[in-house]
Design a protein around this ligand. Structure first.
Ligand code: ATP
Ligand code: MG
Length: 881
């Protein structure tokens, strides 16, 4: 029975739905609320809090097909990719989960039923492993499933005790392996179940999550044991389709065909190019999904892993003879295959391919730079007579320029150079250590446990502040003081109050939280900020000014209305801005962050060059056209799937639940958004962009203001312009012309002054000649002058020297708190007197330092009051000589 990968994915989900499981969509590759994890690496990641008993999901059995990446962090299969037939950097993990519901018995029975009865794998090819002392699992496999004893292998902690990370849920596990038959995998006659090759292929891992592991390694039994299973869709598809490699399944065929077409090579003809083709096929999927989930190539953290995967694929392309960017096209093939399962891919297609193309182009530039470095270094090496390329260089080419060592070896072969691979390996090891050390988490905040605890007890708050509602009555359901649940908050205390319903918007999606106050029988509480640490859980942070707030108290809630209005205008403004940016710059514009508060809005988005003034003006014009059209802001609640189908813009980090809110303004703007908005776009009044900047490679930022703030901004600018116009005695509209004219005049005047100064100096020099003295048989002219510009002083000195023919000149001048000294010696005295040395001796008299050539030297000083001491000092110096 040949089934497509798509059909197998669906059959798994359907099977477990029939066993009472709720179908749950894949979460993003960037783990939500888990800053310690590099990528989502298993189906259970999104259920971590449910396993820990910190989250109530409303169901106790779940089935999912989860996007996973294992290319960095604890799970890293990057180096296996292309070599083994079963490892990918990106893959899909099928899984069924029990949160304190069923346990080992059902899990094992259903796994067996699915494999034997549904997809009809031959029993005789299956093996199972269990944790060495898990007799319970042995019994179920042997007695209930009738798996022969010699097909149940007991394994140690390393392979059969599953841990998600250093801490968190864990437990013994049981794997199901499929024997692909003699001659597959390593092909050795002695190959057995313990061999790590592809022959005994692990397809499914059933984890019996019984413990929570803390930092010290201590295992605490979980309140209710859980089931967590994971089966690679690609591996399952391979065995069902009867092929020996994941790459031979229909999940990869179109990508491999694309690589064949682009490179002109045929898959299966040459072992070396086959590796490259597999690497490209795998990495194309990984980069498509990683970029699609909002990761940008960069030099750290997740972005660095993405960059390395992408460059690795690009250089394998080069090895296949592809000399142009092609991964962006491969991504399109992936998107076309996968968009039915992951509808957001279609929406993000233009963005994804642009990001990839941009990185490919960057890499092509470094590729050439790397080649240049290699050429220079080999030339230098040859001169020294050495015959091995140092490991540090090989590593630099590999790491910074993405050169594979074999490519490097190939290039230097013609120069009869070998590679110091030992040195290279040492550098690689150092890099691995650095990478391990460098990942200190993504920097996002983990949700504080106190909120999870309170919310898992069933407490939630309903937000009733849409449609402009800013007042309501509600009941206090929880109180937190100093981050701990409390029964009461007293006068003067800072507290966080949770209410059953609230019109206060809790900070989320970039929108600032509301402020205002709560009041009730004798109670007064100012709300300084409102937060939403978890979905549906809103906390009012502030101070008790009067009375005591107790759980169960009834209070009236009043939001600061004016502030809310400004925030709404700014939030609606960001939607309009995004629509206008797309219209002007293109569909690749994707929000990568935003901030909306009462004063201004900030919008970060993907774009690869500076936005010109002309483009900014067009964006602003389109935005304000939308505002003046006074479009009604429509909101609608619908299923996430339907929303995505209508083409509504979604933000990367899937914070969305099963139902979402769509905010629509006219035909141009439709976004998934939970924020508060104006009712008509006209309420925004005016949108003014005030700043454009770059915040990362490929990410730009716009700062803008709306409404009253926009008016204030325009007024301030006008005021400045008027003040300037006043200075120029012109009207504001004439300022530019007037300023330009005046600047031109000033420039001409400067030129005139220069030439007049020269003329004056010429005249003065005649007068000064009278002051010449003879000291020790040399003519000396030492005097104070009023020229304060160094260059003019030099020119003046030149003139004196011309007139003097033979002698020494020392000129000093002072201005404010500075002194200038100039000394010149005529040519005929060269060798006898040295202007530089003279200045060196004299400068300290005026608090300065100086020196210079034998014929001319200058110095600056800071003690004008001492200038008069310099001249007698010169006389002394010369008579000494
Ligand atoms: P292996 O030993 O083959 O690397 P694993 O022990 O790391 O597998 P688990 O962590 O138990 O695998 O993950 C559960 C299932 O996910 C595996 O049984 C397998 O089907 C699949 N899987 C794991 N890693 C990969 C990968 N890199 N590429 C594709 N599928 C994978
Ligand atoms: Mg593994």
């Amino acid at each position: 029975m040949v089934k497509t990968g798509d059909a197998i994915r669906e059959s798994f989900i359907k099977f477990f739905e029939s066993k009472g499981h709720t179908r749950v969509a894949s979460s993003a590759l960037i783990p939500k609320d888990d800053p310690t994890l590099l990528f989502t690496n298993a189906g259970m990641v999104q259920f971590k809090n449910a396993f820990l008993g910190l989250e109530n999901r409303g169901y106790t059995r779940a089935v999912s097909c989860q996007k996973c990446a294992r290319a960095g962090g604890k799970h890293n299969d990057l180096e296996n990719v292309g070599i083994t037939a079963r490892h990918h950097t990106f893959f899909e993990m099928l899984g069924n989960f029990s949160f304190g519901d069923y346990f080992k018995e059902e899990a094992i029975a259903w796994a067996w039923e699915y494999l034997i009865d549904v997809v009809k794998l031959p029993k005789e090819k299956l093996w199972v492993t269990i944790y060495e002392n898990d007799d319970e699992a042995f019994k179920i496999w042997h007695e209930k499933m009738e798996v022969p004893e010699d097909r149940i292998i007991r394994m140690g902690e390393k392979s059969n005790f599953w841990m998600m990370g250093e801490t968190g849920p864990c437990g013994p596990c049981s794997e199901i392996l499929y024997d692909q038959g003699e001659g597959t995998g390593c092909g050795r006659p002695e190959c057995d179940i313990y061999c790590d090759c592809d022959r005994h292929l692990e397809i499914w891992n059933n984890v019996f999550t019984q413990f929570d592991r803390d930092e010290t390694g201590k295992l605490t039994p979980l309140p209710n044991p859980n089931i967590d299973t994971g089966m690679g869709l690609e591996r399952l598809t391979a065995v069902i389709q009867g092929v020996k490699s994941n790459y031979d399944t229909d999940l990869f065929a179109p990508i491999i065909r694309f690589v064949e077409k682009t490179s002109g090579k045929t898959y299966g003809k040459n072992a070396e190019s086959d590796i490259s083709i597999r690497v490209i096929a795998d990495h194309s999927r990984a980069v498509t999904f990683l970029v699609g989930d909002g990761i940008m190539p960069s030099n750290e953290g997740r972005g660095y892993v993405l960059r390395r995967i992408l460059r690795r694929a690009a250089r394998h392309g080069k090895m296949l003879g592809i000399n142009k960017p092609f991964l962006n096209e491969a991504a399109m093939v992936v998107i076309d295959m996968m968009k039915y399962t992951y509808p957001d891919l279609a929406d993000k297609a233009s963005y994804i391919t642009k990001v990839i193309l941009n990185e490919e182009q960057r890499f092509m530039e470094t590729l050439d730079a790397g080649l240049r470095i290699l050429q220079e270094e080999t030339a230098a090496l040859k001169k020294t007579g050495k015959s091995a390329l140092p490991g540090v260089l090989i590593f630099k080419l590999y790491d910074t320029f993405g050169f594979p060592t074999d490519l490097t070896a190939d290039i230097v072969k013609k120069d009869n150079l070998s590679l110091d691979m030992e040195g290279f390996e040492a550098e690689m090891e150092r890099q691995r250590e650095r990478a391990r050390g460098a990942w200190k988490g993504s920097g996002e905040e983990a949700v504080a446990e106190c909120y999870l605890k309170v919310s898992s007890s069933g407490i939630a708050s309903e937000f009733c502040g849409y449609e402009g509602v800013t007042k309501d009555e509600a009941t206090v359901t929880a109180i937190l003081v100093d981050g701990k649940p409390a029964e009461v908050a007293c006068v003067g205390q800072k507290a966080e109050i949770v209410l059953d319903t609230t019109p206060f918007y809790g900070e989320s999606g970039g929108q600032a939280g509301d402020t205002g106050y709560l009041e009730g029988a004798g109670i007064n509480f100012t709300v300084e900020d409102t937060k939403k640490p978890i979905d549906k859980f809103i906390v009012h942070k502030g101070v008790v000014h009067a009375g005591e707030i107790k759980i169960g108290a009834k209070v009236r809630l009043v939001v600061d209305q004016e502030r809310r209005k400004s925030i709404a205008a700014n939030h609606s403004g960001t939607h309009i801005l995004q629509a206008a940016l797309k219209a002007v710059l293109g569909d690749h514009v994707k929000q990568s962050g935003s901030l909306v508060n009462a004063q201004h809005l900030r919008f970060d988005f993907t774009h690869f060059s500076k936005i010109t003034d002309e483009e900014l003006q067009r964006v602003e014009t389109i935005a304000n056209d939308m505002i003046r059209k006074n479009l009604t802001v429509q909101t609608e609640i619908c299923a996430l799937e339907d929303a995505l189908k209508t083409g509504a813009t979604a933000v990367f980090d899937e914070k969305y639940g099963a139902t979402v809110r769509i905010v629509k303004m006219g035909e141009m703007s439709m976004e998934l958004c939970g924020g508060t908005h104006v009712t008509q776009t006209g309420d925004i009044g005016l949108l003014k962009i005030v700043h454009e900047s770059a915040i990362a490679a490929g990410v730009r930022r716009l700062d803008a203001v709306t409404g009253k703030e926009a008016l204030l901004h325009v007024q301030k600018m006008e005021e400045e312009l008027k003040r300037t116009a006043g200075l120029f005695k012109a009207s504001p509209l004439e300022v530019y012309d007037r300023a330009e004219k005046l600047l031109k005049q000033a420039h001409e005047m400067e030129k005139d002054i220069e030439s007049l100064k020269g003329k004056l100096a010429a005249k003065d020099s005649g007068d000064l000649m009278n002051q010449m003295k003879e000291i020790g048989g040399v003519k000396v002219l030492a005097t104070e002058v009023s020229i304060t510009d160094a260059k003019t002083l030099r020119d003046f000195g030149d003139k004196l020297r011309d007139k003097m023919e033979s002698g020494i000149i020392l000129l000093g001048s002072k201005a404010d708190d500075k002194v200038l000294l100039l000394c010149m010696v005529t040519k005929d005295l060269a060798g006898k007197y040295h202007a530089g040395n003279i200045i060196k001796e004299l400068a300290p008299f005026v608090g300065g330092k100086g020196g210079g050539r034998p014929d001319m030297a200058q110095a600056g000083g800071t003690q004008p009051e001492n200038l008069s001491k310099v001249f007698p000092a010169l006389e002394k110096l010369l008579t000494k000589q």
